[in-house]
Every structure is written in structure tokens, then in C-alpha cells.
Ligand binder design. Structure first.
Ligand code: PMP
Ligand code: GLN
Length: 392
């Protein structure tokens, strides 16, 4: 037994992006934006490289970035963190998630997440020897409009004394749902009742369209037991820079830092000051990124409705879910394997974000759902629309 089950396979994103490249297909699979980062952010990174900011930065992050992360949390959410002991810079949100899980989950501990879930959650829970329990989104369809939501009671029931962590993700990938206060309150109540720690993946915090994002750490009783995770990849459209961060009380930051030092030791020096600059931008600039994304969302939603799919209009993020069963396509996993050749378009089946039913998951509930990314340039979205129209 050489490796933990499932961990050695390439991720669905790597596999599907490789197929898109090999076939010249429109890549609506992997979620990375085609838009350029704010100019001042790119220029600051270039200047840093020119001026010699190229060696190991301090392990927990460069002081100007830790201070900027703290100021950003204060400005948007009125959360006060001490940059010295309550902020950690990580190599993307991915490292923050892995370090938090590896630091806190002992073999046999339960970790509760929503389902569908971001793929790295299951892999890192498995690497830590944890047991992954999931709370499924309920899918409804009314007059061709899909909607996905989480029932507060389902969350309450999933959390028990065996729960070590609740790994939350709102705004949510892949559903595009923004969890409301009622669900978050149920979650905090359950965490307090069972002494569980909350890890809150908020990488899409600024990419919201109508609903506004509520960080779980702002709820009464949550601050002391919540590790909040952010990412410059999403907030500043620089997914390839791999700069993320953690905010939490000193004991929790120390635990995550302890693991981070053995995973990567430090994170990209020249990018850190650039991200710090990006976190100081006026609110209107984040809103402009979200407005531009909302326009792309509407383009893709129109395309998918136009071919007869049932669509869940997302409240946030990069993705739209579509049910293609009205087109006779009940098996989205099989469809997404064929679609690159048949239509010249790559997308991801929602089942890739689920555990099989036999393994305690809920993949069958999402069997006909496909995730399409709309964070792409106009030419890509237009060509994808043309190809999907011709295919349908
Ligand atoms: N969490 C979620 C929900 C994501 O969608 C992603 C990927 N974009 C990540 C974490 C990883 O973020 P990063 O690229 O900063 O590692
Ligand atoms: N977060 C992106 C997505 O959900 C991709 C990240 C990755 O490739 N691992 O598509």
C-alpha cells in the first residue's frame, strides 16, 4: 500500500485542462480567470523582482503583507487581528487548508464539509487519517430554474462529539451559493456544543454578485474557534502566484504555522508586497471585478438556457451549474468525458466534487449536473456558446 487512496491520481482540473490543451477545446473546466490583475499589483511584483526581493521571506510572511491582511479584515468585516500573532501567509489557500487539517486532525477524527466539496478537502482529510462526513446541498428545480441550498438542521445533525473540524466554504465552489446567517448560526452553535474548530474557506469573498458575504468569524462565539482562509488568486485574479492567508487567534495560527514551515517553509517573496498593495485597493475596484464576472455569468447562463439546460444562477464565484438531463444527458461524468471531442468544450461533472454513495457520499444526487466556468474572456465564452449551440 504505497499511498493514501485516491491521492496519487491527477486532479480532475489537471486532467481536464490537459485535454482542453490537447484538443484545442474551450476550457470551461478549471477555474482560473482570463482577466489581468489590477495593474498596480502586477507592477509591484515586477518592481520587487527587479529590486532584489528574491530570497526567502520570513516564514509567517512579510510584515507588510501580514499588516495588509489584518487591515483588510478590519476594513471589510470589522474583525481585528494582530498581524504579528494572528495572521499567517500561505502558499495559496490550498496550503492553508492542508496545513490546518494536518495540524488539527488526528487519525479517526471526523471532519464535516458540505457536499459537493472542493477536491483538495477530501484528499487532505485522507492524508491526515481523518474521517470525512458530508452535508449535501439539496437540489430543487422549479420551472426549469435550479437551486441548491443547505438545511441548517442537516448541518446540526452532522456535527457530533466525534467532529474535530467543520470545514466550511462560502461563497461555495462549485454551487456558487453564499451561505446566509441562519445556516452559519446553526454551524457555530453546533461547533460550540461539540467543541469543534471551524475552518472557513472564503477565497471567493469578493466575487459576490447579489448576496453579500458573511465571514463566519464575525458571528458571536465564532472568532475564538475559527480559522479563516483567503486567497490573492481569487481576490486579485492571480491564481498562479499562490499567495493565500490565514487569520485566527494565536494558538490556532501557531498550529497552522507549525505545519506550514514543514510544507513550504515560506511563500513567494516578490508577490507578497504586490498582494499587500492589492489588499489596500478601494472597494470599488473589487466591485468592478465582481461586476465584470457577473456579466460573464449572464452570458454563460444564456448559452446554457439556450441549449435547453436547467441552470442554477450562482450568487458568487466562477462557476455555474447546469442540469443537462432535459437534453437526454443523465450521466454528467460520461458526458464531460465525451464533450471535449463532441463539442470542443471542457467542463467538470459535479460528481467529481463528491464521494460515491457507497463511500458515504452523495454523488448520485448530482449525477446529471455539470460545472461550467465563466471566468473566461469574451471570445472564449462566445466560441463556447457557438460550439455548445451546434452540439445540442
Ligand atoms: N478553495 C476553493 C473553494 C477553491 O475553489 C480554490 C481554487 N481556486 C482553492 C481553495 C485554492 O485556492 P489557491 O489557488 O489560493 O490555493
Ligand atoms: N479552484 C479551481 C477550480 O475549482 C482550480 C484549482 C485547481 O486546479 N486545483 O476549478
Amino acid at each position: 500500500h504505497l499511498w493514501v487512496d485516491g491521492v496519487a491520481q491527477p486532479t480532475v482540473f489537471a486532467r481536464m485542462s490537459a485535454r482542453a490543451a490537447a484538443l484545442g477545446a474551450m476550457n470551461l473546466g478549471q477555474g482560473f480567470p482570463d482577466t489581468a490583475p489590477p495593474p498596480v499589483v502586477a507592477e509591484t511584483a515586477q518592481r520587487n523582482i527587479r529590486e532584489g526581493v528574491n530570497q526567502y521571506p520570513p516564514g509567517p510572511g512579510r510584515p507588510e503583507l501580514r499588516a495588509a491582511i489584518a487591515r483588510h479584515q478590519e476594513r471589510f468585516y470589522a474583525l481585528a487581528w494582530d498581524p504579528g500573532s494572528e495572521v499567517l501567509v500561505t502558499t495559496g489557500a490550498t496550503e492553508a487548508i492542508a496545513a490546518a487539517i494536518l495540524a488539527l486532525v488526528r487519525p479517526g477524527d471526523e471532519v464535516v464539509t458540505l457536499e459537493p466539496f472542493y477536491d483538495s478537502y477530501a484528499a487532505t482529510i485522507a492524508l491526515a487519517g481523518g474521517v470525512h462526513r458530508t452535508v449535501p446541498f439539496e437540489v430543487r428545480c422549479t420551472d426549469g430554474e435550479l437551486s441548491l441550498s443547505v438545511a441548517p438542521h442537516a448541518l446540526r445533525e452532522a456535527v457530533t462529539d466525534a467532529t474535530r473540524l467543520i470545514l466550511l466554504n462560502s461563497p461555495h465552489n462549485p454551487t456558487g451559493a453564499v451561505l446566509g446567517r441562519e445556516v452559519l448560526e446553526a454551524l457555530v452553535e453546533a461547533a460550540c456544543a461539540h467543541d469543534a474548530i471551524i475552518v472557513s474557506d472564503e477565497v471567493y469573498e469578493h466575487l459576490t454578485f447579489a448576496a453579500s458575504h458573511v465571514p463566519v468569524a464575525t458571528l458571536p462565539g465564532a472568532r475564538e474557534r475559527t480559522i479563516t482562509i483567503g486567497s490573492a488568486g481569487k481576490t486579485l485574479s492571480v491564481t498562479g502566484w499562490k499567495i493565500g492567508w490565514v487569520t485566527a487567534v494565536p494558538e490556532l495560527v501557531a498550529a497552522v504555522t507549525g505545519v506550514k514551515q514543514w510544507l513550504t517553509f515560506t511563500s513567494g517573496a516578490p508577490f507578497q508586497g504586490a498582494v499587500a498593495r492589492g489588499l489596500e485597493l478601494p472597494e470599488a475596484q473589487y466591485a468592478a471585478i465582481a461586476d465584470d464576472l457577473a456579466r460573464r455569468r449572464d452570458l454563460l447562463v444564456d448559452t446554457l438556457r439556450g441549449i435547453g439546460a436547467h441552470v442554477a444562477v450562482p450568487e458568487a464565484g466562477y462557476f455555474v451549474l447546469a442540469d443537462l438531463s432535459p437534453l437526454g444527458e443523465d450521466d454528467a461524468t460520461a458526458l464531460c468525458e465525451r464533450l471535449p471531442e463532441e463539442a470542443g468544450v471542457v467542463a467538470i461533472p459535479v460528481a467529481a466534487f463528491c464521494h460515491d454513495d457507497a463511500a458515504g457520499g452523495h454523488a448520485s444526487q448530482y449525477r446529471s449536473l455539470v460545472r461550467f466556468a465563466f471566468c473566461k474572456d469574451d471570445a472564449t465564452l462566445a466560441e463556447a456558446a457557438r460550439r455548445l449551440g451546434a452540439w445540442a
